[in-house]
Write a protein that binds this ligand. Structure first.
Ligand SMILES: Cc1ncc(COP(=O)(O)O)c(C=O)c1O
Length: 394
């Protein structure tokens, strides 16, 4: 009889169970909304990246339906063969205008935008200077490029500058940071990083996944927020979070985008977006431009919720965005906190090592423009009650 060559995976899974790190997936049984049904329970949803509530917006739905009726459900090919539709180009043109850059290329996801771009523009002779908390897609792209990876302590632009200074001036360098960090909700020190990149001739790249549709005028991102137009060579955004659909894009010079058309592997070797996705993204862009009140509401809700958590006495770290961690410390305790909140009608994901440092486990909250004050107050009351019961706050 054949022995299962994958049996070692059972042992790995057993170890995860023993360490309390085995996860079962929560199942969404309704639309992704501010209150949703997960695992049969109606809960205030503080775990989605649906910042502006666009996943269910009538205009996006309508455009998606129309696109399916007109063009069907799939693009049928990769972009570089038969899978470039007029609407793909329209979205790229509109995004470039929005971002004030020469050009944009859209990828299937934010993940493939980061990984595909970093891997394409660097070689084994080059160096990448990367924040220690940068997203996994940046780390994977860096590994794929085979460039030398130099990691600087989180948010420390002086350390990044020292690394740049130590590298040979002839070596090509990429300095890369998240605009907003996904686990802490803090913002990268972009102005100081741009100064450092310019001083040492490095390419400057920002992953604005959590800033797209959230920071800057009309949601243009952190580069706009800090008024750094023209100083960031490669800007990545997502269409999966505030934009409500799925996808990612790179904004930059025409040469960068044309090069990615020729060399970025997700662009060359993976099928392009279905028409419904592209049509939804175009509708989302219209909404960002036409309804700035959506983003204002997101920030009002963010301020209200953060103030409530702080008033309870929770440690919310250095967050400056709608992502607010409630730091508990121990991993098992964070998971228990999340479970008890869920039982109390609030879904806030527990996050532990290895996603965050061992003593910095937390539940992570994300508010959206779609939350009502009543929903947020309900969640704050639950946080207070459960937090006191568990001795997390006095
Ligand atoms: C910082 C950051 N970059 C990139 C991504 C990837 O985006 P997407 O979900 O569109 O692949 C994410 C999302 O998970 C993220 O948090």
């Amino acid at each position: 009889m054949r022995t299962d060559p994958l049996s070692y995976l059972d042992r790995e899974l057993e170890q995860l169970r023993e360490q309390g790190l085995y996860r079962t997936l929560r199942v969404l049984e309704s639309e992704q909304q501010s209150t949703s049904i997960f695992d049969g329970r109606s809960v205030v949803n503080l775990s989605s990246n649906n910042y502006l509530g666009l996943t269910t917006h009538p205009k996006l739905r309508q455009k998606a339906i129309e696109a399916i009726e007109q063009f069907g459900v799939g693009s049928g090919a990769v972009r570089s063969i038969a899978g470039t539709m007029a609407m793909h180009l329209e979205l790229e043109r509109r995004l470039a205008e929005f971002k004030h850059t020469e050009a944009v290329v859209v990828f299937q996801s934010g993940f493939s935008s980061n990984a595909g771009t970093v891997a394409a523009i660097l070689t084994r002779d080059d160096a990448i200077i990367s924040d220690e908390l940068n997203h996994a897609s940046i780390i994977d792209g860096a590994r794929l490029s085979r460039a030398t990876i130099k990691v600087y302590p989180h948010g420390d632009a002086d350390a990044a500058r020292r690394i740049l200074a130590d590298l040979p001036s002839s070596q090509r360098k990429l300095l890369i940071t998240d605009g907003v960090f996904s686990m802490d909700g803090d913002v990268g020190p972009l102005p100081a990083l741009c100064d450092a990149a310019e001083a040492y001739g490095a390419i400057m790249m920002v992953d604005d996944a959590h800033a797209s549709g959230v920071f800057g005028r009309h949601g243009r991102g952190t580069v706009d927020h800090f008024d750094l137009h023209g100083r960031v060579d490669v800007q990545v955004g997502t269409l999966s979070k505030a934009f409500g659909a799925v996808g990612g894009y790179v904004a930059g010079s025409r040469a960068l985008i044309e090069f990615l058309y020729h060399r970025a592997r997700p662009f060359l070797f993976s099928t392009s977006h279905p028409p419904s996705v592209t049509a939804s993204c175009l509708a989302a862009l219209d909404l960002l431009l036409e309804e700035p009140a959506l983003i204002e509401r997101l920030w009002e809700n963010t301020r209200f919720f953060k103030a409530g958590l702080t008033a309870h006495g929770f440690d919310t770290g250095a967050s400056a965005s709608p992502i607010t961690p409630v730091i508990v410390g121990d991993g098992a305790r964070a998971m228990q906190f999340s479970d008890q909140l869920f039982a109390a009608g609030v879904f806030a994901q527990g996050i532990a090592f290895p996603t965050v440092k061992k003593d910095r486990a937390r539940v992570r909250t994300i508010v959206s423009a779609a939350h009502t004050r009543a929903e947020l107050q309900f969640a704050l009351d639950a946080f207070g009650r459960v937090g006191r019961q568990m001795g997390i706050i006095a």
